[in-house]
Design a protein around this ligand. Structure first.
Ligand code: HSE
Length: 316
């Protein structure tokens, strides 16, 4: 194998009740990347199409994640005989600062692809560990709730970050996500800065009860429980102020039959979950009308939950 082309999916982090721990992988939104072996050692970003992003490997999320993987290889010579480096081409569709895991897709995509080209010396968990370095560059914290579902697929729970422990959760087969992405940028670091350091105990109690209920709902295929658990008492009240029309969007989505509606990652994208594609599409149409009446352009997507994660498009 000399070259691999992959689909690096968008992801929803937090999922209302699970700030920094819950995430899920999407199917219809994502970037493409081509990674090829090169005789030159190290990581070289040779092409970025679609967005204006840094080419220096140590200043690019895909580059930083890939360099973390190479460092680990260098410290354990038994993992591979490969002596060369890698070139990375990134075809971005997911806008940075969108809240649907733009940096995570690039970081996770790079390490996944290199691992494939080397005949998989690393586990998925180790790939998440490398990809987190990219997240650290992008937003100042090595968050794992976007890179984990991109690499594992489906729903994931970050049970612990030190040591890293990721739980792969089941997915409900008729569950669809609708994403509305108002075309404004909210940097994750700014969106984290509005959060309080301390939270009232009574809010914590409600929140962790809902995280447990959400996980139980996935295991028991209980749509009603899933719907009841999609509440955020801690983060949404602060971050929703940064997102135009959030309250109207949420009210409309729930009225149209959404199981829940919340901020995707650190925003400004808003997600809803629905049972069945029909409701998901109706919600998508209704929500896009809300932004049509403002000066803000919005993009909208409907997606099934992607249980595979990153997908290989071709290998040569
Ligand atoms: N859990 C992170 C946050 C995800 O909400 O800040 C960033 O996309």
């Amino acid at each position: 194998m000399k070259e691999i082309k992959i689909f690096a999916p968008a992801t929803i982090a937090n999922i209302s009740c699970g700030f920094d721990v819950l995430g899920c992988c999407l199917d219809t939104i994502g970037d493409e990347m081509i990674i090829r072996k090169s005789p030159e050692k190290g990581i070289k970003i040779t092409k970025i199409v679609g967005m204006d992003l840094p080419y220096e490997a140590n200043n690019n999320v895909a580059g930083v994640a890939a360099l973390a993987l190479l460092d680990k290889l260098a410290s354990n010579k038994e993992l591979t005989n490969y002596q060369g480096g890698f070139e990375i081409e990134i075809y971005k569709n997911i806008k940075p600062g969108s809240g649907i895991g733009s940096s995570a897709a690039s970081a996770a995509g790079a390490v996944f692809a290199i691992n494939e080209l080397l005949d998989k010396p690393f586990s998925k968990l180790e790939l998440v560990e490398f990809a987190r370095k990219g997240e650290e560059l992008a937003c100042g914290s090595p968050i794992a709730d976007n890179v984990a579902p991109a690499i594992f697929g489906g729903f994931t729970l970050v049970r612990s970050t030190a040591p890293l422990e990721i739980l792969q959760l089941p997915t409900l087969k008729d569950l669809y996500a609708t994403i509305i992405h108002p075309q404004i940028e909210i940097k994750t670091a700014d969106s984290r800065a509005v959060l309080p350091d301390k939270i009232p105990l009574k809010d914590g109690v409600k929140q962790w009860a809902n995280v447990g209920a959400f996980v139980h709902a996935l295991h028991t295929e209980d749509y009603e429980l899933l719907s009841n658990s999609l509440k955020d008492y801690i983060v949404e009240p602060h971050r929703s102020k940064l997102i135009p029309e959030f309250d109207k969007i949420k009210k409309t989505a729930l009225k149209e039959g959404a199981l829940g509606c919340g901020i995707s990652g650190s925003g400004p994208s808003i997600f809803t979950f629905s049972k069945g594609i029909q409701i998901a599409e109706i919600i998508s149409d209704k929500l896009s009308l809300i932004f049509k009446n403002t000066h803000i352009e919005s993009h909208h997507y409907v997606s099934k939950i992607n249980t595979q994660g990153i997908k290989i498009i071709s290998i040569q």
